[in-house]
Every structure is written in C-alpha cells, then in structure tokens.
Design a binder for this molecule. Structure first.
Ligand SMILES: *Cc1c(COP(=O)(O)O)cnc(C)c1O
Length: 425
C-alpha cells in the first residue's frame, strides 16, 4: 500500500534542517503522540486538506481561533478589501476604535482594551500592569494552566504544590521563577495558603475554564470565591480568556459564569486567524498604562488594520449569530454522550469534561479537576487513538493535554465520522 503521508514526511525531514524541530511551535511536532506531523495545504469550513491530498475533520481549529470554520467568505472579503489599502501604517486607525468598542460592547465589564499580537503578549502585559498598579511583585498561577511562553509563566509546582516555583525551562532565571507562586486548580485552600505566607502578591491569573491540561471546568463557586480572596488581600484577579473569550459565550467566561475580572486577556478568536491578542478591564486600572500612565507597553504591529479587520468581522458575525453557540453546545453534548457510550462499550476507562464548544477525554478512571488528576490519563492509548484518527480522517489535537475546539461547521456528518473513528479504534 502506498504511504498516504509521503509528502508530509519529506517536508518534515527537510524542515528539520532549517527550523528547530521542524516546527514553529512545539506541539505541532507530534512529540507526545509520535510519528510525523501532517503538513496542511488548505482548509475550508470544518475540513483540513494536507499536501498528500488527505482530508480531516478539524477538531482544533488552529487551537481555537477558527470558530467560524476555515476560509469564511465574509472574513476573506473584508480582509481582501483592507489589504488593498496597505497592511500597516504605524498610526492610529478607526478600525482600532471599532474593535475596542465592539469588544467593550460584547464583554461584560470591559471598559478599556489594548491590542497586542499574541496571547503571550496579552498575559505578560497584564501581569506587568497588575504589578505596576499594585506595587507588588509576586504572582500566583495554577499548576497546568498555560498563559503563553513568557518567563514568569514557565513555572509549575514540583511534586508538592504550594512550594516556590522553580523554572521548568532552561533560560528562565530562578529569580524570575521565584516570583511565580503555584496553586492547585479548583483548590481555594492552596491559594489561601499562599496569601497567608506572602504579602506581596500582585495578582492571581487563571484560565476560567482550563484548556491547556485538557479541558477542566471550575467547580461551582470557585471563580467567585477566588476573586473575593484576591480582593481581600489587595491582589488583582486576572482571567486569561485567550481560549474561552468569545468561545464559551460571546462575552466569554465572564458572561458564562456571571463574573467580572479586574483584567481580562484575549487572543485566538479575536484575531479571526490573524496574530492578535488584547488585554482589557476597568478604566481605573488601564489608566496606569502608557501613554496615560507609567506602566510601559508597546507594539509596532499592534492593532494593525488587516488583523483588526479579520477580528472585527469575526466578532460581528459571532455577536449577530447566537445560534452558533447553541448549536455548538448541542453538538458537544451529543459528542460527550455518544463518545462516553462507545468508550464504555469498549471497556476503555475514561472521563469526559465538556463545556460549550470545548471537550476533552481523559483516559483514566478518576474525575478530572486538577493537573494532578489530568496526569493520570493514558497517553500511550491516546497516541494510538490519535493516529487511528489521522488515518480515518479526523484531526484531533496532537496531545492528550489539549482540549478539542469545535468550529461551527461541525455538523451531523462530521459528528458521525468522529463517532465512527472511535467505534473502529
Ligand atoms: C493559547 C493561549 C495563550 C498563548 O497565546 P499565544 O497566542 O499562543 O501566545 C495564553 N493563554 C491561554 C489560555 C491560551 O490558550
């Protein structure tokens, strides 16, 4: 039988000569599932098409941004018109005003917003602003939460949580890591313990629904109690909605859980596929940001008109089409139920977490509420399932620690294909 992935394989071999590991972001290299990454040539709606001519139902949607499906005609048309007016001017544009107004209109409590070029930039700038605003130094993050690759965030608990963080990447100074304290997701007492021990905590940052250790939901009351704890201790409460923003609901987790953070970070969907991030919140806090205030933050291409156009068009469609959210939620509920039944029939231990258009399956017999729980998943089994998926025409995230992100074009036919893939595993 001819090798169905031969072109991808030769491209990967060639890429490894010129690009570290052959990729520009590590998870794309398939290290945790083994094998060779497929090289995608184009995508449309719910499908990816690779260089060998194989097609896949896309369950990651570029890690979240493509909620409208790939190559949405309205977004393409708007971007094409803007490109003719040049790509970037390095001056203010009315598009930036439109984008900021649109976001503030949709997201509860959002009064001011600053655009950046990635989720990483949004989170690192949010933390700088929190430190500048409070005059305090330390930050609290949760084990297993991802906030981009800035030094302050590449820290996790060792085996015992609640210790001072040590860097989990060479190149991150210990002094930097020492300012990042680690708590346990869904465990308020672990945060309380940190506040009892340290009086210089500027902020607590978290993913309101974790999506970077698989999908993990906050327990009832966790977010609200955490916010109250922050405020009692003079720390800001930062929600990293890079993944959940405009995905859980138009107003993200803030709308879904009826809660407002002091600073909210955005990325992914707000760029409609272009490199965009943003952070925003109350005016009184954002007045501390340059050029209004002393906390410095800048970007040559921040708010650039092409990216703003893709973002504005995407967010406007989402705002005007609430059925996208209800339909995606229905699809995920159906997947949750049916996949659970298939796995049970096969006698495969599993625990499924899902919310809105996010879902992930942990191959474990315990409930998953924290990083510790997530780590009990059977990654070897997942690796085999992943490759069975590729051969059957579905593209799962190439790591068991990543949530699936559905796009609006996943309908009955695609769901059927996903279920069939699990049945034949
Ligand atoms: C993807 C992600 C980031 C980082 O965004 P980049 O655009 O990759 O820098 C930060 N936080 C969360 C929750 C994310 O999912």
């Amino acid at each position: 039988m001819p090798n169905p992935f031969s072109k991808s394989e030769s491209l990967f071999a060639a890429s490894k000569k010129y690009i570290p590991g052959g990729v520009n972001s590590p998870v794309r290299a398939f290290k945790s599932v083994g094998g060779t990454p497929v090289f995608i040539d184009k995508a449309k709606g719910a499908y990816l098409y690779d260089v060998d001519g194989n097609s896949y139902v896309d369950l990651i949607n570029s890690w979240g941004p493509m909620i409208l499906g790939h190559a949405h005609p309205e977004v393409i048309e708007a971007v094409t018109q803007q490109i003719k007016k040049s790509f970037t001017y390095g001056t203010p544009t009315s598009l930036e005003l439109d984008m900021a107004k649109l976001m503030c209109d949709i997201v509860p409590g959002l009064e001011m917003v600053r655009m950046v070029n990635s989720g990483t930039e949004a989170c690192m700038s949010a933390v700088r602003l929190a430190r500048g605003y409070t005059g305090k130094k330390k930050i609290v993050k949760f084990a297993g939460c991802y906030h981009g690759h800035h030094d302050s965030f590449l820290v996790e608990a060792g085996s015992g949580a609640l210790t001072l963080g040590s860097p989990n990447s060479p190149g991150v100074p210990e002094e930097t890591a020492a300012n990042t304290l680690i708590a346990e997701y869904n465990d308020l007492a672990s945060v309380q313990a940190l506040f009892s021990k340290h009086d210089d905590i500027a902020c607590v940052i978290l993913e309101p629904v974790a999506g970077n250790m698989g999908c993990i939901l906050p327990k009832d009351g966790f977010l609200h109690e955490l916010k109250a704890l922050c405020h009692k201790n003079g720390a800001l409460f930062i929600m990293d909605e890079v993944m959940t923003g405009f995905r859980l609901a138009p107003g993200g987790a803030q709308e879904y859980f009826d809660i407002q953070a002091d600073i909210i970070c955005f990325g992914k969907i707000i760029g409609g596929g272009m490199p965009v991030g943003a952070f925003g919140g109350r005016k009184e806090i954002f007045e501390h940001l340059a050029p209004l205030g002393p906390v410095y933050q800048a970007g040559t291409l921040s708010g650039n008109p092409v990216a703003m156009t893709a973002g504005i068009t995407t967010l406007t469609i989402l705002k005007n089409t609430p059925s996208i959210y209800t339909e995606l939620t229905e699809t995920v509920k159906n997947l949750h139920q049916s996949l659970g039944e298939i796995l049970s029939e096969k006698g495969i231990a599993h625990h499924i977490n899902s919310i809105g258009s996010m879902i992930s399956i942990f191959y474990t017999d315990r409930e998953v509420h924290s990083y510790g729980d997530a780590k009990t998943t059977d990654t070897e089994l997942f690796g085999r399932l992943f490759h069975h998926g590729l051969k059957s025409g579905i593209y799962l995230p190439p790591s068991n620690y990543e949530s699936w992100f559905l796009g609006k074009d996943i309908k009955d036919k695609e769901v059927e294909k996903i279920l069939e893939t699990f049945k034949t595993f």
